[in-house]
Design a protein around this ligand. Structure first.
Ligand code: PMP
Length: 308
């Protein structure tokens, strides 16, 4: 993995190799962590963190669901994100804030008064599904694993433990030669990829599964819904059956790490023309245009690392 010089660790910039925790850390044993994945992009005004506010709000929301006290304010963690990019001299980066229970004993329920430890790391990271994926598209499959049922683990929380499910989904897909797996929810409706939300285009309309379909409410998903509506497209959050994948004109997946990735086949069935569709291309253009200035940032989504 690419590295950087420093990691923000409980309020201090610590050299990368010294940012360590104890082997009896609670999170290591029980998955008791919440985290975010954020990107900072190169812009003409220097590096800008994309939708920093929304990401840090989701971090605190995830912690709230698990009653995990974070001993820092939203603003302090936002600044830690900017600093982790700025003080590492990065022009673009993937940013990983993580709040976790450390050395608080191995009781399942942490002792009263325990607080989360927090780190923010920033480092260079290319598109998650490969550098070519944005152009060529990827081949995906429907997973034999379902997403978490609503009354088992809350999928709106971006919690460490949830990613065992994602590892099963993506691991199975890759063993079978696919780039990614799409999971159905326990009712058999389309949910999302192991680390991406999903959009289907049919007859010029964009469809995406609703939050009740065991998805993580993705910030890229929200960005695409906003950009698509702004461009005059109809966007529907709707329960979708598996066959809607096979009959789609276009499919694309969205996520901070993956960005906007066209899907060219599902379970070996070619989608549309088997290459990036027109609306997928338009959405990529609108999205990446935010960082070049070609798309006006009407929503105040860019948070500049260096204030003039
Ligand atoms: N679903 C899952 C399970 C994810 O891990 C991610 C990546 N954070 C997403 C969807 C996409 O969310 P976002 O656009 O906020 O990165």
């Amino acid at each position: 993995m690419s590295q950087a010089d420093y990691i923000w660790f409980n309020g201090e910039m610590v050299p990368w190799q010294d940012a360590k925790v104890h082997v009896l850390s609670h999170a290591l044993h029980y998955g008791s962590s919440v985290f975010e994945g954020i990107r900072a992009y190169h812009t003409p005004k220097g590096p800008a963190v994309f939708r920093l506010k929304e990401h840090i709000q989701r971090l605190f929301d995830s912690a709230k669901i698990y009653r995990m006290p974070i001993p820092w304010s939203v603003e302090e963690i936002e600044q830690a994100c900017r600093d982790s990019v700025g003080q590492n001299g990065l022009d673009s980066a993937y940013i990983r804030p993580l709040a976790f229970y450390g050395h608080v004993g191995l009781g399942l329920n942490v002792p009263a008064g325990s607080q989360a430890e927090v780190i923010v790391a920033a480092f260079p990271w290319n598109a998650y599904l490969g550098d070519e994926s944005a152009e060529t598209g990827v081949d995906v499959c429907v997973s034999s694993w379902n997403r978490l049922a609503a009354n088992t683990m809350p999928t709106a929380a971006k919690a460490g433990g949830n990613y065992l499910s994602s590892q099963l989904i993506s691991g199975e897909a890759r063993r079978h030669g696919y780039a990614e797996g799409i999971a159905l929810d326990v009712n058999g409706q389309i949910s999302e990829g192991a680390g991406e939300n999903l959009f289907i285009v049919k007859n010029g309309v964009l469809y995406t599964p609703p939050v009740t379909a065991a998805i993580l409410p993705g910030i890229t998903r929200d960005t695409i819904m906003t950009l698509a509506r702004d461009a005059g497209y109809t966007v529907r959050e709707e329960a979708l059956a598996r066959e809607a994948l096979y009959l789609a004109d276009e499919i694309f997946m969205t996520g901070t790490a993956a960005e906007i990735v066209p899907v060219r086949s599902v379970d070996g069935i070619t989608i549309g023309e088997g290459r990036r569709g027109e609306i997928t291309g338009a959405m990529q253009k609108a999205f990446f245009g935010l960082f070049t200035g070609d798309t006006e940032d009407k929503w105040g989504w860019l948070d500049y690392v260096h204030t003039p």
